[in-house]
Design a protein around this ligand. Structure first.
Ligand code: PEP
Ligand code: MG
Length: 879
C-alpha cells in the first residue's frame, strides 16, 4: 500500500524523488534538529496519480485528515478553531527546483470565525484580517481561477490596513459573483482543494515552458508541503529573510542575504518591498542573528555545499522555512568547489562533480558589462558564446578588407556558406537571420571561437543595399547601415546598437598563458590538474592550421583528431583546384596536381611542427569538388549576358559552366564526396599522401617527432578502404624510397555512415583506427540534412517536444549512440585494442562526452576552444 503523506519527521534529503526537493530538505532539517515548523508532505506519486485520473488517489483524503489531526495534536491547536486557530501553508515542491513556476497558498484555516481567534491570540487585529485577505486572494485566484486583477484593484482602492475587514467582505463578494459559490468556510475543504490546485499547477503554462527550457521531464509531478504557518509580519520584532552560506555570485566566503522586517516570505521573493542587508537582523535581534549563523554553519557542514535558506522571525523566535543546495554562477561554482576541498569538506573527485563544462565555457569568454545595456536591438539563437563589438559588414570581402585595415567587424549575412569563411575569420562576430545552433555559421563560428548569434529572424537583411532593418515589437523600424557599430552577445543571443563595455576573461588568459592571476583562475587551474589526472579518455582537437594547432596544444589538446584538408583547397589555391577539375588530359591534370603539392606539403609541415610529438590525424579530402568551383548562377549569368550583348562569352567561363552543370548533384551530401572522390579522381589521393609523407620526411630530417595518421572519410564498405589503402601504401613506399627512410603511418577510417557502423568488423580488418564522424552519422541515421533542418522544421520539433535537444548538438544515445556501440564492439572484436575516437561536433559537447566515455572510446576530438571543456567533462564522466 502506498502511503501518500509523509510527516517531516519521517524523511530525509535522499528522498527527493518521493518528497520533492523542498520536502526532502525540510525533513532533513527536521532530522538534524533545526527549528522547522512542523508539517507533512504529499508525495509526488499522488500528483502523478491525480493528473493521470483527474481524481485524488484512494486513501489520500483519509491520510490528509490523519496527518492534520496529528499536527493539531502536536501543536495543541485546531484548524479553523474560533479561539486559537492553527494555520497552515500549502506549497509545491518538485524534484527539481522550479522557482515561482507553481502555486503556493498561505493561511489555510482562516474563515469568518477563526479570524477573530487569530486576532485574539496574536493581539493584532489588522494582522489577522490581512491574513484572511491574503488567503481569500490566493485561494480565489489559484484554486477558484478568478482573475487576480479583480483583487489587486480592490486592494488598490482600499489600501488602509484599518479597513481590512471591509476589504475582506469585498473579496468574498468577488468570489461569490465570479464563481456563484461561497468562499469555503470549512478548513478541511480549503486544504484539500489547495492541494489539488498545487497538483494542477504542475501542468500550468509557466511550469511547462520552464521545464522545456531546463530539460526537466514532464512526467515527474510535484510534491505538496503542508506546514504550520509562522508569521514574520507580526510587528517590528518579526521579519523574514533569505540567506546564502556564501556569496552565490562570486563564491566569497561569509553569510550573505537580505532581511525584511515585519513581512511575510512572499514579500521578499516577489520583490514588492526592498529588503535590507542581513546586518540589520544583527543589530535588531543579535541572538536571532547568532542562531541563524550557527544553523547556516550546521547546514553547510551537513550538506558540504553552499546552501540557501529562507527563514522567518516570529516575535523574536527564529524558524527555518526552507533550505537547498544553492544555485550559483559559474565563477562561484569553481571557487566554492576548491574552497570546500581546502576546508576538508569534500575531496577532489567530489569537487570535479560540482562544476560543469558549460560553466567552464562561460568563464572562458569575454562578457559585456550588461548593467549598462538597454533593450537589445534583436534577439536570435545564442550559437557561439562570448561578446564582441564591431561595425556591421555584409560580405566576406568587405569583412576581410576592413579587418586588414584594423577595423573590428561583425559579419551580417542571411546565412553563411563555406565562401564566407575568410570573412568569418576576419570578423569578431557573425550574425545571421536564418539557421540554428548547428547551422553552418554556428558550427564554424564555434569551431573558431567566434561569437555567433544566428536565426535572428527580425533582421531584414538587404545585402545589395548594404543595410538591415529591424522592426521592433511596437512597430518602429530601425535601419542599420554598413559601418554602424553593434555589440553581439553570443551567450545571450542578443544584438545591441553601439559598443557595450567589455570585460576580458582571466580564465581564457590562463589557458593561453598559464598565468594564474586571480583566485578564480587558481581554482580553475587546480581543478583542471585534477581533471587531467582523473580522466581515462584523451582529448584531441579538430584543427587545420598551425595557429589553431598551437592554441589547441596550449589548451591541453593531446594531438589533432581531425585535420580537415579542404581549407587547403581554398583561397588562392582555388585556381589550381579548378585547373585540376577542368583538366582534359593526364598531363594537364598532373601539372595541376604538381602545383598543389608544395603548398599542401608546407601546410602539413607547419601543422606537424605545431603538434610535434603528438598524433596528427590528417583526413583525405571530403567535400564534393563542385564546392571549389564558382557558383552556377553567377557563371550562367556571365555567359548569358555576354551572348545577349552579341559577343562571345569567355571560353573559360563556358567550360567552367559546362563542368559545373555536369557535376551538379541533387543531394551532394550523399554524392561524390569523401572516399568516393579519392577513388574517382585520379591522382588526388596520391597528391595528398605524397604531401603528407614529404612533410613527415622533412620534419624527421629537421629532428622533429612527427606522428601522422591518415584517415579516409565517408567509407561505406571494406572494399573502398582496401583500394584506398593500397594506394596510400604505394605512395608511402615510393616516398620512403625517394627519401631513403621507411615512412609508415597508421591508416584509419571515419565511421560516419550507418553501413560502416553496421559492418565495422569487416572494416576493422583494413583500418588501423576508427574515428566516429558523428555529424554525418547523425545526418544519415536520422535522414536529416545537417545544413537545412535548422532553418526548416527544427524549431517546430523542439517546440512540440519531439526533440529535447538537437541531435546534431548532443548525441542521440538511442539511435546514433546504438550505432556507435555496435561500431566499437564489432571493431574491437575483429581487431582487439582498436583505437577509436570521435571527431564530430559532439566531441566537445558535455553530455556527449559522458556517452563516449561510457562507450569506451579512447579519445574525443573537438574544436580548440572546447578542449578544456572536454578535458573537464571526460574527468567528470570517469568519476
Ligand atoms: C563528421 O561527419 O562527424 C565529421 C567530423 O566530418 P565533417 O564534419 O567534416 O563532415
Ligand atoms: Mg563527415
Amino acid at each position: 500500500m502506498v502511503r501518500y503523506v509523509h510527516d517531516f519527521t519521517e524523511g530525509g534529503r535522499e528522498q527527493a524523488d518521493l518528497l520533492g526537493g523542498k520536502g526532502a530538505n525540510l525533513a532533513e532539517m527536521t532530522r538534524i534538529g533545526l527549528p522547522v515548523p512542523p508539517g507533512f508532505t504529499v508525495i509526488t506519486e499522488a500528483c502523478r496519480a491525480y493528473l493521470a485520473t483527474g481524481t485524488e488517489p484512494g486513501g489520500l483524503r483519509r491520510e490528509l485528515a490523519e496527518h492534520l489531526a496529528a499536527l493539531e495534536e502536536a501543536t495543541g491547536r485546531r484548524l479553523g478553531d474560533p479561539d486559537d486557530p492553527l494555520l497552515v501553508s500549502v506549497r509545491s515542491g518538485a524534484r527539481y527546483s522550479m522557482p515561482g513556476m507553481m502555486e503556493t497558498i498561505l493561511d489555510i484555516g482562516l474563515n469568518d470565525r477563526s479570524v477573530a481567534g487569530l486576532a485574539k491570540t496574536s493581539g493584532h487585529e489588522e494582522f489577522a484580517w490581512d491574513s484572511y485577505r491574503r488567503l481569500v486572494q490566493m485561494f480565489g485566484t489559484t484554486v477558484m481561477g478568478i482573475d487576480g486583477a479583480l483583487f489587486a484593484d480592490a486592494l488598490a482602492r482600499r489600501p488602509d490596513p484599518a479597513e481590512r475587514p471591509r476589504l475582506v467582505a469585498e473579496f468574498l463578494a468577488i468570489v461569490r459573483e465570479r464563481t456563484g459559490e461561497e468562499f469555503p468556510q470549512d478548513p478541511a475543504e480549503q486544504l484539500r482543494r489547495a492541494v489539488r490546485a498545487v497538483f494542477e499547477s504542475w501542468n500550468g503554462e509557466r511550469a511547462r515552458l520552464y521545464r522545456r527550457r531546463e530539460h526537466i521531464p514532464d512526467d515527474l509531478g510535484t510534491a505538496v508541503n503542508v506546514q504550520v504557518m509562522v508569521f514574520g509580519n507580526l510587528g517590528p520584532d518579526s521579519g523574514t529573510g533569505v540567506a546564502f552560506t556564501r556569496d552565490p555570485a562570486t563564491g566569497r566566503q561569509g553569510i550573505y542575504g537580505d532581511y525584511l522586517p515585519d513581512a511575510q516570505g512572499e514579500d521578499v521573493v516577489s520583490g514588492v518591498r526592498n529588503a535590507v542587508p542581513l546586518q540589520e537582523l544583527q543589530e535588531h535581534h543579535p541572538e536571532c542573528h547568532t542562531q541563524l549563523c550557527g544553523h547556516m554553519a550546521t547546514l553547510e557542514r551537513h550538506y558540504r555545499d553552499l546552501c540557501d535558506i529562507e527563514f522567518t522571525v516570529e516575535r523574536g523566535k527564529l524558524w527555518m522555512l526552507q533550505t537547498r543546495v544553492g544555485k550559483r554562477t559559474a565563477e562561484a561554482a569553481f571557487r566554492i568547489a576548491v574552497q570546500l576541498v581546502d576546508e576538508g569538506l569534500i575531496d577532489w573527485p567530489e569537487a570535479l562533480d560540482r562544476v560543469t563544462g558549460d560553466q567552464l565555457a562561460r568563464l572562458m569568454f569575454p562578457r559585456f558589462d550588461t548593467a549598462s545595456a538597454g533593450a537589445p536591438l534583436a534577439t536570435g539563437v545564442p550559437a557561439s558564446p562570448g561578446a564582441a563589438v564591431g561595425t556591421v559588414v555584409f560580405d566576406s570581402a568587405e569583412a576581410v578588407r576592413r579587418a586588414a585595415a584594423g577595423e573590428q567587424v561583425v559579419l551580417v549575412r542571411p546565412e553563411t556558406t563555406p565562401d564566407d569563411l575568410p570573412g568569418m575569420v576576419a570578423a569578431q562576430a557573425v550574425l545571421t537571420s536564418r539557421g540554428g545552433k548547428t547551422s553552418h555559421a554556428a558550427v564554424v563560428a564555434r569551431g573558431m571561437g567566434r561569437v555567433c548569434v544566428c536565426g535572428a529572424e527580425s533582421l531584414g537583411i538587404d545585402v545589395a543595399a548594404r543595410r538591415f532593418t529591424v522592426t521592433g515589437p511596437d512597430g518602429t523600424v530601425t535601419e542599420v547601415a554598413e559601418g554602424t557599430e553593434v555589440s553581439v552577445d553570443g551567450s545571450a543571443g542578443t544584438v545591441h546598437l553601439g559598443a557595450l563595455p567589455l570585460v576580458g576573461s582571466p580564465v581564457m588568459r590562463y589557458f593561453e598563458t598559464g598565468e594564474r592571476e586571480s583566485g578564480l583562475v587558481d581554482a580553475v587551474a587546480r581543478l583542471m590538474e585534477h581533471a587531467d589526472a582523473a580522466r581515462r579518455m584523451a582529448v584531441r582537437a579538430n584543427a587545420d592550421t598551425p595557429e589553431d594547432a598551437a592554441r589547441a596544444r596550449r589548451f591541453g589538446a593531446q594531438g589533432i583528431g581531425l585535420c580537415r584538408t579542404e581549407h587547403m583547397f581554398l583561397g588562392e589555391r582555388r585556381r589550381l583546384v579548378e585547373a585540376m577539375i577542368l583538366a582534359r588530359t593526364d598531363s594537364e591534370r598532373e601539372r595541376a596536381l604538381a602545383a598543389l603539392l608544395p603548398p599542401q606539403r608546407e601546410d602539413f609541415t607547419a601543422l606537424l611542427a605545431a603538434m610535434d610529438g603528438l598524433p596528427v590525424t590528417i583526413r583525405l579530402l571530403d567535400p564534393p569538388l563542385h564546392e571549389f568551383l564558382p557558383d552556377h548562377t553567377g557563371l550562367a549569368v556571365r555567359v548569358a549576358s555576354a551572348e545577349a550583348a552579341g559577343g562571345e562569352p569567355d571560353p573559360h567561363d563556358v567550360r567552367l559552366l559546362r563542368t559545373v552543370e555536369r557535376m551538379h548533384e541533387h543531394n551532394p551530401m550523399l554524392g561524390l564526396r569523401g572516399v568516393r572522390l579519392g577513388l574517382l579522381v585520379p591522382g588526388l589521393i596520391a597528391l595528398q599522401v605524397r604531401a603528407v609523407a614529404e612533410a613527415v620526411a622533412g620534419r624527421l630530417a629537421d629532428g622533429g617527432d612527427p606522428r601522422v595518421e591518415i584517415m579516409v572519410p565517408l567509407v561505406d564498405t571494406a572494399a573502398e578502404l582496401r583500394l584506398v589503402r593500397q594506394e596510400v601504401e604505394a605512395v608511402l613506399a615510393e616516398v620512403s624510397e625517394q627519401v631513403g627512410r621507411a615512412l609508415t603511418c597508421p591508416i584509419g577510417t571515419m565511421i560516419e555512415l550507418p553501413r560502416a557502423a553496421l559492418t565495422a568488423d569487416r572494416i576493422a580488418d583494413r583500418a588501423d583506427f576508427f574515428s566516429l564522424g558523428t555529424n554525418d552519422l547523425t545526418q544519415t541515421t536520422w535522414g536529416m540534412s545537417r545544413d537545412d533542418v535548422e532553418a526548416s522544421f527544427f524549431s517546430a520539433y523542439l517546440e512540440r517536444g519531439i526533440f529535447e535537444v538537437s541531435p546534431f548538438e548532443t548525441i542521440d544515445r538511442q539511435g546514433v549512440g546504438r550505432l556507435v556501440r555496435i561500431a566499437v564492439a564489432e571493431g574491437r572484436a575483429a581487431r582487439p585494442g582498436l583505437k577509436i575516437g570521435v571527431c564530430g561536433e559532439h566531441g566537445g559537447d558535455p553530455d556527449s562526452v559522458h556517452f563516449f566515455h561510457e562507450a569506451e572510446l579512447d579519445y574525443v576530438s573537438c574544436s580548440p576552444f572546447r578542449v578544456p571543456v572536454a578535458r573537464l567533462e571526460a574527468a567528470r564522466a570517469a568519476l
